[in-house]
Design a protein around this ligand. Structure first.
Ligand code: PMP
Length: 451
């Protein structure tokens, strides 16, 4: 009996995915090669993408609200990117020398993002954040970083320490960032200050004891993993004042939230960062990261006078494929296009919120522009502790995500979801109808009993 037949006999509704998972388990820890893959109860393996949709190996067509974790602005197989990259493939995909493609993408970013005067390209958001932190240290001559509990900034040690919270340490007598993995050196946590997002009153008290050792405050203007928390204007103001007063740089991590508009997220929330990190959308579907910012700060990467203060290379940094795909995808995203996606996002968020109220269900909808996140909570959370889910709430989100998948929609269970330009009002309405159907099922409606 083939494994697909066996998977079918075992009652799997997606036998080919079940079979691939079986094979994956032989070669990958927990069967997959990135920890963000939805394993509920096994991954949905994809065959191809078509505009706003993906098709899985079992032949199911799903509206893609994930878009590779918000990367794809134009969905899958966007013709201008396909044509440009196909043309490039024949001419060479990576060189040791620079090309005009990197200058073109850099010029686009500099012209759109007010805080970016100069830029350097890398291959991922993780690298972008790492180099931004190093740049801030080199510029200020200070070692420490402040960051917000719960926010995700990639996998550099100083960026991930504190993502999973903090504890009051008897050793140091202060709040200590929790390491992201067992065995991480405790000295990393000694140079990470953990803050609470939107804590207007506590901000200064938390920062003051470390003011002289802080190189930067690392902030995602609307931290997605922490709950897609909308920044309070007074919070942004206080943070900016404190940083300015104490010579601390602000690094706005816009790897995800650059998607919030033509000029990015900091501009939208009146934050004026010294450095900005970008990734995802600016690669047009190919690996990319960028760190940009003030010309004087960015000069730490230059070697005009002597060796650079921060060496930054990377075998695939500024590879022409990512540069060209990114430029073409971004050029096709005018401010009108951002506006259209935002209107679709508004329509979806208001429809889903109204349905939650109509069915008296414990769900609320966070997000902005083309991004949204469904919370298994009655009120949209404002702080990370409010956004944290109980095991019962997390189970409801998994049920929702599963229900959506069974009804032709791919929704991330505990991350930001997003729209893409090929989506229509009809697609938005189909998400709303699936949500309403879910709310009328026993799983969708029984939250009070579970708590
Ligand atoms: N920062 C933020 C805000 C992110 O959302 C992400 C990725 N989700 C990263 C950094 C890391 O980017 P990458 O996965 O490209 O390393």
């Amino acid at each position: 009996m083939s494994t697909v037949t066996a998977a079918r006999a075992a009652g799997h509704v997606r036998p080919r995915s079940a079979d691939l998972y079986h094979r994956g388990r032989g070669v990958f820890p927990s069967g997959v090669t990135r920890s963000t893959v939805d394993l509920d109860p096994y991954p949905t393996y994809l065959l191809r993408g078509e505009g706003a949709y993906v098709v899985d190996v079992d032949g199911n067509r799903l509206l893609d609200l994930n878009n590779n974790f918000t990367t794809l602005l134009h969905g899958h197989g966007f013709a201008p990117v396909v044509d440009a990259v196909t043309d490039l493939l024949r001419k060479g995909t990576c060189f040791s020398n620079p090309t005009d493609h990197e200058i073109a993408l850099a010029e686009l970013l500099v012209s759109r993002i007010p805080a970016i005067e100069q830029v350097r390209f890398v291959n991922s958001g993780t690298e972008a954040v790492m180099f931004a932190i190093k740049a801030a240290r080199a510029f200020t001559g200070r070692p420490a970083i402040a960051r917000f509990e719960g926010a995700y900034h990639g996998a550099y040690d100083w960026a991930e320490t504190g993502q999973y919270g903090s504890f009051d340490s008897a050793r140091t007598g202060r709040r200590t960032a929790r390491s992201a993995y067992t065995g991480a050196p405790g000295t990393t946590a000694d140079t990470v200050v953990v803050l609470d997002f939107n804590d207007v009153d506590g901000l200064e008290e938390s920062l003051m004891p470390h003011a002289k050792s802080l190189a930067a405050i690392l902030i995602d203007p609307m931290p997605s993993r922490a709950g897609f928390l909308k920044p309070l204007p007074q919070f942004i103001e206080r943070l900016s004042e404190f940083a300015q007063e104490h010579g601390i740089l602000i690094i706005a991590d816009e790897v995800l939230n650059l998607r919030q508009g033509y000029n990015g997220a900091s501009f939208r929330y009146l934050l004026a960062p010294d450095l900005v990190t970008a990734g995802k959308i600016i690669g047009g579907g190919f690996p990319i990261g960028a760190v940009g910012g003030r010309r004087d700060v960015m000069s730490v990467f230059g070697s005009d006078a002597k060796a650079p203060l921060v060496p930054q290379a990377g075998t695939f940094s500024a590879n022409p494929v990512s540069m060209v795909a990114g430029r073409v995808a971004m050029e096709a995203m005018t401010s009108q296009d951002f506006g259209r996606l935002e209107r679709l996002g508004d329509r979806l968020r208001s429809q889903l919120s109204e349905l939650a109220v109509k069915h008296d269900a414990s769900f609320s909808i966070a997000g902005a522009a083309s991004l949204f996140r469904i919370h298994p909570k009655r009120k949209v959370p404002n702080t990370y502790p409010d956004a944290r889910t109980t095991p019962a709430e997390a189970a409801r989100m998994r049920s929702l995500s599963r229900f959506f998948r069974e009804n032709g929609i791919l929704l991330p269970a505990d991350a930001a979801a997003c729209l893409s330009t090929p989506m229509t009002d009809g697609d938005i309405d189909s998400v709303s109808s699936a949500f309403e159907m879910f709310l009328t099922t026993s799983e969708g409606g029984k939250e009070e009993a579970q708590q």
